[in-house]
Design a protein around this ligand. Structure first.
Ligand code: TEU
Length: 574
């Protein structure tokens, strides 16, 4: 048990644009965050991950940065930011900034220089190529639809952008780019931040020659992930970043790594030879992808199965055990709301949000809460595309709306299920105008259910999702088993119940989660011999000592027990 503060932390993600507005411009700001720090302290979180607040033209809500060392005026000033950091530290909270260095904005000074001429000193900061037979240099699709290349008339060449055309990819092969990135990391660390969340960090190394992607499906552009996810020089760059920057500070680092597998994750997060503390993996987010027919990628509308979720999570839990470090999240600013996706956002909203919270907090690894998740905030379903703001959603809509074979209601159904704007509607503070988010016109509409799903209501209700999250967070402080206990899956083949053991020394906790609206029977496997079970937490009223060998669970019920008595070593069961 190699204790580290970043392992024992609970992280809270703030999407500043939607958290709390104070100046009435309809966009959340830093003063709003400062005003709400006591709320976060009450919740008990240890670390805040703040999505980008740097200067940005906002093509992708701040993930297109035009000045890494400036706060965008819509969020406030550098003095506000410094006050926010001081106030966080005063409450014992730490701050992670979002480091977006796979790409910059096309309005960044480096790119404005780069596009001027082929011999500009900044030309090689980006990935420029001549066209091929009158077309793009290769057939890669951008993550946001269309080609990953944009033609620039000034020098009659194309530049690569794996995201929007206003997010040109930096050329990490150029040592000057890397030096500049390391400089800006030092700059923020010297200002006192505690670490970074590194945006799409496993995309920074591209396979030389940028080969065409294999053709899959219709259309001219295809997914070239095999040529830019976990590319040939990635580990070298991360090692250099560690040597030149991270190793000089006591930092917390989490890499966002789409398409990562456990083998990559072990290399990157190994405590001896690794470079980052932990990663965000995507396998559980991609569960239903591939199951639908009409659309491609994330917009497919397949069903997800609990057995598959168990397999994915158990694989990550066991393969990284003792070899790397896991992180876990059920939602973030790019994903639908977890209660709508994995629970029931109607009748059992509160119960299923608590059940999912139990899942999040009881796994081995550092948990991430996305703002509003602690209330059980739900997806939103705006009727009109005009109410959506996300570039990925809008690109998807306009790509399909002219297609005669796909009716508009099908496109909107996919957007209602998967759009990133589901998680970007304003934080619901109270039942007043705009949920207490702004006195102006919010940049995106508030979810109408704010009247009954909001912080004020939940603070006054001891049985709320919010209070349940407080208890879950407190458990990690009190019991090292929550952070360090070994994970063992039980009832592997059960289609509704997800159950697992955690164990540390002589201590053993049993987690029982009903992922359905039915009432399945939990049968304690016979090789988990226990004299007595003491309840740790549950989302329904439960007697403190109850016979747990056979339990009929209520919809979305969650229980955690401390198993008393001498238990033999348990083998995973099927
Ligand atoms: O996300 C990267 C990423 O994998 C997402 O683009 C994901 O594929 C998509 O959002 C799923 O809908 C990061 C940021 O989290 C995201 O907000 C940015 O748009 C993106 O990088 C570009 O910086």
């Amino acid at each position: 048990m190699n204790r580290k503060w970043w392992k024992e932390s609970v992280v809270y993600q703030i999407y500043p644009r939607s958290f709390q507005d104070t100046d009435g411009n309809g966009i959340g700001d830093l003063r709003g965050i400062i005003n709400r720090l006591d709320y976060l302290a009450t919740l008990g979180v240890d670390v805040v991950w703040l999505c980008p607040v740097y200067r940005s033209p906002d093509d992708d809500n701040g993930y297109d940065i035009s000045d890494y060392r400036a706060i965008d005026p819509k969020f406030g000033t550098m003095a506000d930011w410094e006050e926010m950091l001081r106030e966080m530290h005063a409450r014992g909270m730490r701050l992670l900034m979002d480091l977006v260095v796979n790409h910059t904005s096309d309005e960044h000074a480096w790119f404005r220089e780069s596009r001027k001429s082929k011999d500009n000193p900044y030309r090689d900061y980006y990935i420029w190529r001549p066209g091929k037979e009158g077309r793009e240099p290769n057939n890669w699709a951008s993550c946001f639809g269309g080609s990953a290349w944009e033609y620039d008339e000034t020098t009659e060449e194309y530049f690569l952008h794996l995201f929007s055309r206003k997010q040109p990819d930096l050329n990490w092969e150029n040592p000057a780019v890397r030096n500049d990135v390391y400089d800006l990391m030092h700059w923020w660390l010297k200002k006192g931040i505690d670490g970074f969340r590194l945006d799409v960090i496993n995309m920074i190394s591209k396979v030389p020659g940028l080969p065409d992607a294999p053709e899959a499906g219709e259309g001219p552009y295809h997914w070239g992930g095999q040529y830019f996810l976990h590319g040939p020089r990635l580990l070298e760059y991360l090692k250099e970043m560690k040597d030149r920057v991270l190793s000089h500070y006591d930092t917390f680092t989490v890499g966002e790594t789409p398409g990562v597998n456990t083998e990559h994750a072990i290399h990157i997060t190994s405590e001896d030879s690794g470079t980052l503390n932990m990663l965000f993996q995507f396998e559980h987010m991609d569960l239903a992808v591939g199951g639908g027919t009409t659309f491609t990628g994330k917009w497919q509308m397949g069903r997800w199965e609990l057995l598959e979720l168990k397999q994915i999570i158990s694989r990550w839990q066991s393969e990284l055990a003792g070899r790397g470090w896991n992180s876990f999240y059920l939602s973030n600013h790019d994903q639908p709301r977890s209660v709508s996706r994995f629970g029931d956002d109607g009748e059992f909203r509160a119960e299923s949000a608590k059940m999912l919270g139990t899942f999040l907090h009881m796994l081995h690894g550092t948990p991430y809460i996305y703002q509003g998740e602690e209330l059980g905030m739900t997806n939103v379903a705006f009727d009109s595309i005009d109410d959506y703001r996300d570039i990925e959603t809008l690109n998807f809509y306009y790509e399909w709306v002219d297609n005669q074979h796909v009716p508009r209601h099908k496109i909107m159904a996919a957007i209602h299920a998967k759009s990133r704007d589901n998680s970007r509607t304003p934080m619901q503070w109270n039942d007043e105008t705009n949920a207490g988010f702004t006195e102006g016109r919010p940049w995106i509409n508030v979810n109408r259910n704010y009247v009954h799903v909001n912080v004020a209501q939940q603070l006054s209700d001891p049985d709320s999702v919010l209070h349940y999250y407080r208890q879950l967070i407190a458990l990690r402080r009190e019991h090292p088993i929550v952070t360090y206990g070994k994970y063992e899956l039980l009832l592997e083949a059960h289609e509704q119940i997800y159950s697992f053991l955690r164990s540390l020394g002589d201590e053993r906790w049993l987690v029982i989660l009903n992922f359905s609206r039915e009432t399945p029977v939990f049968a304690l496997p016979s090789n988990v011999p226990c004299l007595q079970a003491e309840l740790v937490i549950a989302n329904y009223p439960v007697a403190e000592h109850e016979e747990i060998t056979l339990l009929t669970l209520r919809p979305y019920e969650a229980r955690v027990y401390r198993l008393q008595g001498k238990c033999d070593d348990v083998e995973p069961t099927s």
